[in-house]
Design a protein. Sequence first.
Length: 148
Amino acid sequence: MLLYLAHHGDAVGPGEDPQRPLSSLGRAQVDRLSEQAAQRAVRPGAIWHSGKLRARQTAEAYWRACNPLAEFSAARWMQPGDPPLIAERLLGETRDILLAGHMPHLDRLLRHLLADPTPLPARFPLNGLVVVEQVETGWEERWRLDAE
C-alpha cells in the first residue's frame, strides 16, 4: 500500500478570508504537483482531506489529475493540531490513499509512520507531497515532491 501525504498549497491569510482558500500561488502549486504525481502513475483508490477549504481544494486537484474515480471524502484526525491517530484508520487498508492536510499534523504523521524521533525542524516539505509505502516491517519513504 502506498500512502501519499499532501500538504495543502499556499492559502490566503485569515484577514483576507476566514475560510482560507488556496491563493493563486497555492492553486498553481497543487496543479503542478498533482500533474507531476499523475505523471508518476499516482492512482490512489481513496483521497481523504481534513474538511478545511484549502485541504479540500488541494485534494480536488489530486483527484482530478490522478484518479477522478477514487473515493473522495473528509476524514477525522487530520486537523493541524491532531495527533497522528489517522494511522490507526490505515491499518488493514489495501488501497493506495492520498491524505490532503496541514502542518504540523502531516509532519507528526510522517514521523510516526517512519518511527522517526528526530526533533524539529520539520521533515515535511512545505506545500509538498511525500510518498510512503507500507512494508512488512512498517513504513518506508519512497519519494517526495517539493512545491518550489
